[in-house]
Design a protein around this ligand. Structure first.
Ligand SMILES: NC(=O)c1ccc[n+]([C@@H]2O[C@H](COP(=O)([O-])OP(=O)(O)OC[C@H]3O[C@@H](n4cnc5c(N)ncnc54)[C@H](OP(=O)(O)O)[C@@H]3O)[C@@H](O)[C@H]2O)c1
Length: 428
């Protein structure tokens, strides 16, 4: 992503949509013309089903006549109707005459689980179609626009393109790089602490940042945390704080290379069963091969419970591989069993900490997006920081020279309540 997003937009879409009751973001949405204004409405609309359309893109469409939206739609659940079909189906014959249709992604031209959307535009008297971004899918890319032009419809392409592509980033990464998007997320104090040194369980960020986090949990397919965080925080890792018609909880994945989870006390097992592992939500535990084969675990009742429970997969890690550790982790998630477990291909992973697991992904430069919340206070701790001493024992961290560091590119900078949200990507 070469450009920064306009104020008021983020990888989570239109920020104000998440806080309808208050004007929380410091920055007003600054739009340059009416096409941008209506495209922002279409992008906002595209967020209404969360990301229930995954692995299809969550697209939004608004139909405008005489400066008013006469109909709108967003993509339904995977396999359901696309945004344009939803927007057009409530209109009568002739209603589209003279309208401008704003759609965040180029209309599709192929038969998938739905017929091609581009045909919906034929002979309807539509004056103009404004498109946010071309579709990265090679079967569609450019063809939808070409066919609209052949129908004699004026087309404008690339309005709020960067903002649309940020919202649809898992789909774009999957189409272009054939792998899941990796997002890292954390909250820190001004001096870079993720928690205090007593390992007390307390939120670093405020309510508005947490609301945004819950929105991201719904956007991404899976959450990955380290077993250190699991056994310290017992997080629920579900989607709360937001209202949504298609609210969905992501898959929960725990990185536990040494099988620490199997050594839990009965009290810890009870809390896990109540919170993180509460039944009805699917989870995967990633562990190392030797632990799975370890004889002594065969007599461990808790191990047997997790192993035989249909809500869990104990996934092996190929820890003999020469590959980077983070690639091994991600590769181990790309398998038929996990796709079946999820009900669709895994398109994105949100890594929520703790600092040691995040350091590993940062050290190995294995990420697409960083979501960082900075809270305005100091903690003065040492333990729970990126590249802390504990981490350096696990991976030899080479101290870098300031003159040689690669700076990340800040794509979003917003105030959320009393915190600052920074969203960054790797430069180039
Ligand atoms: N502010 C935030 O956004 C945030 C988010 C999440 C968590 N936290 C805080 O972070 C703390 C827990 O984090 P943590 O850093 O201790 O643990 P963590 O990152 O959650 O877990 C890392 C786990 O991976 C294992 N591991 C093995 N090899 C590794 C390697 N090469 N690199 C990294 N990990 C490896 C570690 O094993 P071993 O234990 O055997 O070494 C450890 O159990 C808690 O206090 C929690 O509250 C804060």
């Amino acid at each position: 992503m070469s450009l920064s997003l306009k104020p008021g937009f983020s990888f989570g879409g239109v920020l104000q949509k998440l806080y309808p009751e208050e004007n929380l973001t410091r920055q007003e949405i600054i739009l340059e013309n009416s096409d941008e204004y209506w495209m922002a409405q279409a992008l906002s609309k595209s967020m209404e089903n969360g990301c229930a359309a995954n692995p299809n893109p969550s697209v939004g469409c608004v139909v405008v006549l005489n400066n008013k939206i006469i109909s709108s739609g967003c993509t339904e659940r995977w396999g359901g109707k696309h945004a344009e079909r939803v927007a057009f189906e409530s209109l009568k014959v002739g209603d589209l005459e003279g309208t401008t249709v704003y759609v965040t992604l180029e209309p599709c031209t192929h038969v998938g689980k739905q017929p091609p959307c581009v045909e919906l535009f034929r002979n309807r008297g539509i004056s103009k179609v404004v498109i946010g971004s071309e579709d990265p899918n090679p079967i569609v890319s450019g063809n939808g626009i070409q066919q609209l032009k052949e129908m004699g419809i004026e087309c404008k392409v690339g309005v709020l393109k960067t903002e649309v592509q940020a919202w649809l980033s898992p789909f774009f990464i999957q189409q272009r790089n054939h792998r899941p998007l990796i997002a890292l997320k954390w909250a820190q104090s001004l001096d870079g602490c993720f928690a205090d040194d007593h390992d007390g369980w307390q939120w670093i960020s405020g309510i508005h940042s947490r609301k945004y986090t819950h929105w991201l949990r719904q956007k991404y397919d899976a959450i990955l945390i380290g077993v250190g965080t699991l056994l310290n925080d017992f997080p629920s890792l579900d989607v709360r704080e937001i209202q949504n018609q298609y609210k969905r909880d992501p898959l929960k994945i725990i990185y536990d290379p040494f099988g620490k989870i199997f050594q839990c006390t009965e009290q810890e097992q009870a809390i896990l069963t109540e919170k993180t592992f509460k039944l009805g939500t699917k989870q995967i535990i990633l562990i190392g091969t030797q632990v799975l084969l370890d004889e002594k675990e065969k007599n461990n009742k808790w191990f047997q419970f997790l192993k035989n429970n249909e809500n869990f997969i104990l996934q092996k890690i190929n820890d003999n591989s020469e590959n980077k550790m983070t690639n091994i982790i991600v590769e181990s998630l790309k398998c038929k069993e996990i796709d079946e477990f999820l009900g669709r291909p895994l398109q994105s992973i949100l890594i929520e900490g703790g600092p040691r697991l995040l350091s590993l992904f940062l050290q190995e430069k294995n990420y697409d997006v960083l979501h960082v919340f900075i809270a305005p206070f100091f903690l003065g701790g040492e333990k729970n920081k990126l590249f802390s001493k504990k981490q350096r024992a696990l991976i030899p961290y080479i101290f870098r020279d300031v003159s040689k560091v690669e700076r990340m590119k800040i794509v979003v900078q917003e105030r959320l309540g009393n915190d600052i949200l920074l969203e960054m990507v790797q430069e180039n």
